[in-house]
Design a protein around this ligand. Structure first.
Ligand code: MN
Length: 199
């Protein structure tokens, strides 16, 4: 069965004013959709067509003969994870066990915010900022292009897309302002808590 573009978990204008409907129209309707389309083209008629995205990502990582499959499978997965990691009226502080775990790992919630921002903003060129579980420890990390922490033995908990297409219409070159708005107003902490509970 062919891979399909998942619907956004909210309306296109639901994240305004932090991320505009116009950005989501392009980001989900064009960019994300194109990764899904190109993934289907790359695996159609091969034994890869019936594998899960996670299997494709792990099995094709680092295999230069399968770069198109890896890039499009990982970008399909990364975007779905990114869109699900945001919610209208999100952001701010989580609560409960998740907040305790963050405070334990980073010293305080404010220190986590600083580290997540520095890590995501510091990605040179296109890529992703992440909160991951690594050997039982919460960490901030970043990956270039389509790369995903699961390839490196880590469990993704949250991601912010720092490709320019994610923020240029709304923030132009101001990546730090976009990442700040993501943390202040958009993070879906329930999604992060579920990912941590299932890790
Ligand atoms: Mn993107």
């Amino acid at each position: 069965m062919a891979f399909e573009l998942p619907a956004l978990p909210y309306a296109e204008d639901a994240l305004e004013p932090h991320i505009s409907a116009r950005t989501l129209q392009f980001h989900h309707g064009k960019h994300h959709n194109t990764y899904v389309t190109n993934l289907n083209k790359a695996v159609d008629g091969t034994d890869m067509a019936n594998k899960s995205l996670e299997e494709l990502i792990k099995e094709t990582a680092g295999d230069s003969s399968k770069t198109p499959v890896f890039n499009n499978a990982a970008q399909t997965w990364n975007h779905t994870f990114y869109f699900n990691g945001m919610a209208p009226n999100g952001g701010g502080k989580p609560s409960g066990d998740l907040l305790n775990r963050i405070e334990q790992a980073f010293g305080s919630f404010d220190k986590f915010v600083e580290e997540f921002k520095t890590t995501a903003v510091g990605q040179f060129g296109s890529g992703w900022g992440w909160l991951v579980l690594d050997n039982g420890q919460l960490k901030c990390t970043r990956t270039p292009n389509a790369d995903n922490p699961m390839v490196h033995g880590q469990t993704p908990l949250l991601t912010v897309d720092v490709w320019e297409h994610a923020y240029y219409l709304d923030y132009q070159n101001r990546r730090p302002d976009y990442v700040q708005a993501f943390l202040d107003n958009l993070v879906n902490w329930d999604f992060v808590a579920r990912n941590l509970a299932n890790a």
